[in-house]
Structures are given as C-alpha cells and as structure tokens.
Design a protein around this ligand. Structure first.
Ligand code: FES
Ligand code: FES
Length: 127
C-alpha cells in the first residue's frame, strides 16, 4: 500500500515522540487501542491552568498511518484549548494525511487518544 507524502514525512520524522511526567497533575494521559489491528497509541498532554495545551508527546506501537496521525495531532493540539482540541475529528486527520479507507481506523485512534487524555486530565483535576 502506498503512503501519502505527508504520512511518510510524519513517519520518518515523527514530531513530539516521548513521554511527559504522569505524576504531574497537569498532565493527562490517553492510552487507546485499535480493535481492528491491535495497535496501541499513548498520547500525553500538559495543560496549563488556563486550559491551554502547552505540550504534547506520543508513543505509538502501530502502523505508519497511526504514527503519522499521532504525530500530526501533537502538532495540532499545542496552543489550543482543551475544548478546541476535543473537536479535532478523525476525518480532519484522515483528510490532512490522505488516508485511504482501510486506514481510517488509524485516525480514529488519534481522535480517541486526544479525548482520553483530556478525560484523564479532567479526572485528575476533579473538573
Ligand atoms: Fe498492523 Fe496496524 S494493522 S500495524
Ligand atoms: Fe491499525 Fe493503523 S492503527 S492499521
């Protein structure tokens, strides 16, 4: 299967790979898996007390499209409020990366990871 140029770019030069400190009360961690293929994505967001996302890191054990989707969303969410970040849809990710239909679930993983990281943050903060 041919990957689009943008997928190859993110796959070869992934942005923001790594970890944030889970013990930091301002860090939300989202860990999600894709039932379709068994791939796993971890996305962490550090959120300021003003609700703006200051940093984002990911680790993805999965295909090129999943890695590209997570790399892309770490770039997209930085500087956004959590409300704005929660509105990022898998279709916007799939469109940006020109994902073919069989790879749509990889972008769903990234959307789910954002939502899971925000939910974890809110739970930690009790908001
Ligand atoms: Fe094998 Fe996603 S299906 S890496
Ligand atoms: Fe399953 Fe990409 S996340 S093939």
């Amino acid at each position: 299967m041919a990957y689009s140029d943008k997928v190859v770019d993110h796959y070869e030069n992934p942005r923001n790979v790594g970890s944030l400190d889970k013990a930091d009360p301002n860090v939300g961690t989202g860990l999600v898996g894709a039932p379709a293929c068994g791939d796993v994505m971890r996305l962490q967001l550090r959120i300021g007390d003003d609700g703006v996302i200051e940093d984002a890191k990911f680790k993805t054990f999965g295909c090129g499209s999943a890695i590209a989707s997570s790399s892309l969303v770490t770039e997209w969410v930085k500087g956004k409020s959590i409300e704005e970040a929660a509105k990022i849809t898998n279709s916007a990710i799939a469109e940006e990366l020109s994902l073919p239909p069989v790879k749509i679930h990889c972008s769903v993983l990234a959307e789910d990871a954002i939502k899971a990281a925000i939910a974890d943050y809110k739970q930690k903060k009790g908001v």
